[in-house]
Design a protein around this ligand. Structure first.
Ligand code: C2E
Ligand code: CA
Ligand code: CA
Ligand code: CA
Length: 279
């Protein structure tokens, strides 16, 4: 674009150079964060809708910034993906989640899996299956206690790479869940073809039930279809007893959300677990 005219200067407004500086700054700080392991995992419990027992823990990453405090994943995961830095973070997340779960098992906690979120970019790394195999071995954790959460974008793969990776993970014994189900563009045919264990019904459908008839219809359809395909269903973002009651009546298998607990650091989770086993 030689003759872009005024547009040419738009790249050099003070605002834009400030933003470019911020991005540079952010990138170098994220590199430091990865090298210095400035991350922490918070864990959100997942309960059975049938009997309320603990069925899993989802690990959610936060950046413990030395000056800015705790930063949520939405503020740095997409940036890390764009700059090719997500692999370093993802590796730390997997190692830490497996190490921590193994330690909790040693302390007598319930033997439930930990669910780890993987971005599409991490999923496409050729070394993924080997990396996960090694991480599990190093932690001394059986593969059945690790569940990988993937978004539908991963399934959209005409090249067949996704099927190969999913099959290898499945053969290893790792659990496979589709996150934010219903918000992406995946064809339902993929669900039949891929060795998926669970669908996580996106919070956007859950938040307006039971009041919104369309969302009730969608949630009902997802649960029924999942069960026909022998997949488990997990409802995300459950905040009210009314939402839980409806999901229960639909036969949804599991739920997580603020109604149970917010994602907690290890100290808060320990207190939550202790108070649960008290009653
Ligand atoms: P997600 O996997 O869909 O995680 C659920 C998000 O909803 C979490 O936000 C959680 O704190 C929040 N949440 C849970 N229950 C409720 C509820 O009842 N109501 C409401 N309003 N929100 C609820 P968080 O921790 O900020 O994570 C945001 C996203 O960042 C995650 O969405 C996931 O896509 C991504 N993410 C988190 N940890 C990792 C990670 O280790 N690796 C990668 N690649 N992505 C991650
Ligand atoms: Ca998730
Ligand atoms: Ca989700
Ligand atoms: Ca999400």
């Amino acid at each position: 674009a030689k003759d872009s005219g005024r547009g040419h200067y738009q790249f050099f407004t003070p605002d834009m150079s400030q933003r470019a500086f911020d991005a540079l700054h952010m990138e170098s700080q994220l590199r430091e964060a990865i090298a210095g392991e400035q991350f922490v995992l918070h864990y959100q419990p997942q309960l059975s809708l049938a009997d309320g027992r603990l069925v899993g823990l989802e690990a959610l990453v936060r950046w413990q910034h030395p000056q800015r405090g705790l930063i949520g994943p939405d503020a740095f995961v997409p940036f890390a993906e764009a700059r090719g830095l997500i692999a370093g973070i993802g590796r730390w997340v997997l190692c830490e989640a497996c190490r921590q779960l193994k330690a909790w098992f040693g302390a007598g906690w319930p033997m439930v899996p930990v669910a780890v979120n993987l971005s599409a970019i991490e999923f496409r790394q050729p070394s993924l299956v080997q990396d996960i195999t090694e991480i599990l071995a190093a932690a001394g954790l059986a593969p059945q206690y690790l569940e990988i959460e993937l978004t539908e974008s991963v399934l959209m793969d005409p090249g067949g790479f996704a099927l190969g990776t999913l099959s290898k993970l499945k053969a290893l014994g790792v659990g496979l869940a589709i996150d934010d189900f219903g918000t992406g563009y995946s064809s339902l045919a993929y669900l039949k073809r891929y060795p998926i264990d669970k669908l996580k019904i996106d919070r956007s459908f859950v938040c307006d039930i039971p009041g919104d008839g369309d969302d009730v219809a969608i949630t009902t359809a997802i649960v029924q279809m999942a069960h026909s395909l022998k997949l488990l269903t997990v409802a995300e973002g459950v905040e009210t007893p009314e939402q839980r009651a409806l999901l229960q009546s639909l036969g949804c298998d599991e739920y997580q959300g603020y109604l149970i607990a917010r994602p907690m650091d290890t100290a808060a989770l320990q207190a939550w677990m202790a108070q649960r086993s008290d009653n």
